[in-house]
Design a protein around this ligand. Structure first.
Ligand code: GTP
Length: 170
């Protein structure tokens, strides 16, 4: 029986980009059309088998509202992985995502696997963030990039699987 590696993963990003929705889709395969602002960070657990190895993720969902921004380091300081989410229909949320990355790199350096996620690809018609620009940005900061739709369950499993592999390799 393989030993289990425990890892903490934190979701960061502006309010309403879909952080809670991504976690709920991943862990409970649920989706809620309503936006209920996260006020208190909470976590859900999920265990994955990757080849012979097993990883138990504690996935922390944080509040996106600016007034909670200062709490960020409390959640990501001891994390092995970060998922920084933006909404592909909202350029401002992509700018905020870049600010999160700068802050993360400044405070925890390279000791964290980072995945940048463009969510809501079911709204592709309304996209305002260039896919190419987001991918180029991610590679320039040593992060991976995924597109997801929490609503349609696209890309969500893939992003956590890839992030988990990166955590196990680090
Ligand atoms: P805060 O808790 O305020 O930081 O927000 P959040 O980032 O956790 O966003 P949340 O998951 O609450 O989603 C915000 C809104 O976007 C909700 O109305 C969701 O139903 C909607 N939403 C989330 N993911 C998707 C998606 O993939 N597609 C579409 N169309 N809507 C989505």
């Amino acid at each position: 029986r393989p030993s289990t590696v425990k890892a903490k993963v934190v979701l960061l990003g502006e309010g309403a980009v879909g952080k809670t929705s991504i976690v709920l889709r991943y862990v409970e395969n649920k989706f809620n059309d309503k936006h209920e602002s996260t006020l208190q960070a909470s976590f859900l657990q999920k265990t994955l088998n990757i080849g012979p190895r097993r990883i138990q993720l504690a996935i922390w969902d944080t509040a996106g509202q600016e007034r909670f921004h200062a709490l960020g380091p409390i959640y990501y300081r001891d994390a092995q992985g970060a998922v920084v989410v933006y909404d592909i229909t909202d350029v401002d949320s992509f700018t905020k995502a870049k600010n999160w990355i700068k802050e993360l790199r400044r405070i925890v350096g390279d000791n964290i696997a980072v995945c940048i996620v463009g969510n809501k690809i079911d709204l592709e018609k309304h996209r305002t963030v260039s896919h190419r620009e987001a991918e180029d940005y991610a590679s320039s900061v040593g992060a991976t990039h995924f597109n997801t739709s929490a609503k349609q369950n696209k890309g969500v499993q893939e992003l956590f699987l890839d992030l988990s592999k990166n955590i196990l390799e680090s």
